[in-house]
Each structure stands twice: as C-alpha cells, then as structure tokens.
Design a protein around this ligand. Sequence first.
Ligand code: SAH
Length: 246
Amino acid sequence: MPEFNNVKIVLVNTSHPGNIGASARAMANMGFTNLVLVQPKDFPSGVAVGRAASAVDILGSAQVFDSLEEAISDCTLVICTSARSRKIPWPMVTPEQTAVKILEEKSSHKVALVFGREDAGLNNSELQLGHFHVQIPTDKNFSSLNLAASVLVICYEVYKRKLSSQSKESSSEEDYWDQDFARSDEVEHFYKHLERVMVAIKFHDPDNPRQLMQRVRRLFGRIRIDVMEMNILRGILSNIEKSIKG
Ligand code: SAH
C-alpha cells in the first residue's frame, strides 16, 4: 500500500471539527498519515474523532501550528488548493499534474498540500506561499467542494497515480515476457512478405486490394508480436513460397 510519509496535508483555520475528522478519514483511505493543522478553531474535538472513524491515529498525531509559514517551513514543494481563480495569476496545475509533481519529488523531501477555510478558502498571502495552485474541476455554477471532499479528491489522484506507476514497474508486459518484442521495421517486413504470399496464392488481388492489408495490420497491431513469433510467421510464409514454386 502506498504510504506518503513525506506529504503533509495542511488544513488552515478549519472551523468545523467534523471536517478535520472527515479529512483524516479521507487521508487514511488513500494512504496519507501526516495531518497538519494551522490554528484550528476547535481541536482536539470529540466531533472530529466521531467523523474520523478508524483514522483516529491521524488525529492523535496531528501537528498544530500558529501559522502556515511555520507549518510548511521544511517543505520543498508546496501546492495550495483553491476553489476559484484569484486576481493574481499563479502557476496552475490540475489534480493529475499535482499527483505527478508529488510523486516526482524525492521521498526525503517534504511536500505540503494546503487546504483553506470552509467559508473563505486561503487568503492571497497564504496562496502566495505555494509553488503551484490546484483547482478541482467542477460545475461552473458551484465550484466549492466540502473541505474533506477536496482532501479526498486530491489524495485519491496521488494514490491512483502511485498505484498505476507501481503496477507499471512491477508487471509491464516487457518485464516478464521471455522474448523481445519485434521492432516496427521487422513487422513492416512481415507485412510485405505476407502480402507477397497472399498475392502468390491468389488470396489477395493488388488491383482490387479493398481493405485487406489495413485489416491485417489491425489484427497484428492488437498484439505485441515478439521476435520469436515473428520468425515463426516468416518461416511459415517462406515455406509456403517454396512449396508454390514446387
Ligand atoms: N469560498 C471558498 C471555498 C472554500 S472551500 C473559496 O472561494 O475559496 C474550503 C477549501 O476546500 C478550499 O480552501 C480548498 O482548500 C478546498 N476546495 C474546495 N473546492 C475546491 C476546488 N474546486 N478545488 C480545489 N480546492 C477546493
């Protein structure tokens, strides 16, 4: 399971302790453990514990700071969330690009994902502490997600990206296959050879080709032919040619 030990989820000035609990739960679902609170209005709180379900450990180990500057002081990458575009244009990233940036960062480097107040989000000076801003795409008439829902969406993107990069690393087809895949020039030679043979056996009329070669290409394009398979197919074609010549 991915564990994003170097990623801090920073909640600034949260009013409702239920949102802190629900954010902790969302973090736990996605393998995040570091919750950082900047001037929470009501914390610790039984309401937060109630909403955290099995993620109470995250609440127990949450760090609390007086300012966002202090909370992110040891971070090399800071990404601030915002429900709307602000007056000052800032480098914007999508949730997917946020995931890429976080996973590209060395695991020894700390990263902060910063979330704002329920009523007013992050103010301009807080937003300017971020290297990037991320906005979750929404219906244009209602862009503001619940705080914990936005924590879930961003953490989910990072989790999903991590899972897909892990599965690529561990089980790319090329890693476990016993042969190299054929190069495209080899496959092109095969198509030419196949076409010659199909003409020779009068299966294919070059004056009336219809879509035969496109369909053949599509057929073989659906699989990754390996070098050994290519040699077998070329061998079959050569023997057909030999037996036609008699
Ligand atoms: N009225 C506020 C909305 C705050 S919602 C505003 O206009 O900024 C509370 C927090 O949830 C935001 O500060 C942000 O951290 C997060 N959030 C809500 N909707 C979001 C969205 N569409 N994209 C990114 N973050 C969002």
